[in-house]
Design a protein around this ligand. Sequence first.
Ligand code: FE2
Length: 249
Amino acid sequence: MRKLTLMAKVQDEIGHAQLLYSAAETLGKSREEMTNDLINGKSKYSNVFNYPAFTWADTAVIAWLIDAGAIVNQVANSKGSYGPYCRALDRICSEESFHLKYGHDSVVTLATGTPTQRKMVQEALTRWWPPIMHFFGPSDKMSQHTEILMRWKVKMASNDDMRQQFLNTYVPKIWDLKLTIPDPNLKFNEETKKWDYTEPDWDEFKRVINGDGPCNAERLAVRRMAEERGRWIREALLNKSEKYVVPLA
Ligand SMILES: [Fe+2]
């Protein structure tokens, strides 16, 4: 049942890509150009797609906490100024909330299960914590794009504000499960009313964003293969259908 749910989530995520590409197309760049930029390594995409998932617990931590991060980010930005983007984000957020519930349920099941399951989910959390902290983008004092994107109301909260909002909601839930977050400096600061944490390794973040993460090459190779193997059907749909027959193998 959980495997089926994960497959349904993957299907939703592919739908989210379609919605966001459609929104981006309204700015005048064709879908084909965007796909080419992606598979040729020109486009940047989220850091979290470039890390491996070793165990079932990784999928649970991703579904709970990465999707939670995406919700924080996208709920804020859905109140922005550009209609096509905001409408896509609205729709995405409602589906993401199901992913989050599924992820939370999976993490709770593992964290309250056998010692092996607990160990597995703790290891996954330890692996994913640095990418999760990176997920919201560089700290505000380093961010190059925040100022202009916030001025245009494309981005509605700064990276640090979104990171704080995520920590506020999810650190207590993680601690409730008696899981350990791998940052000895993480604590709520009563004076600043914000979370203190170890500054994430921004050099690693930049490497991953610029194509040199643990899985970038593999991810793009798979995307290139999908593009190649799907060519015949795209051409068939473009009014050349009599030339093509469905391959049997
Ligand atoms: Fe999701």
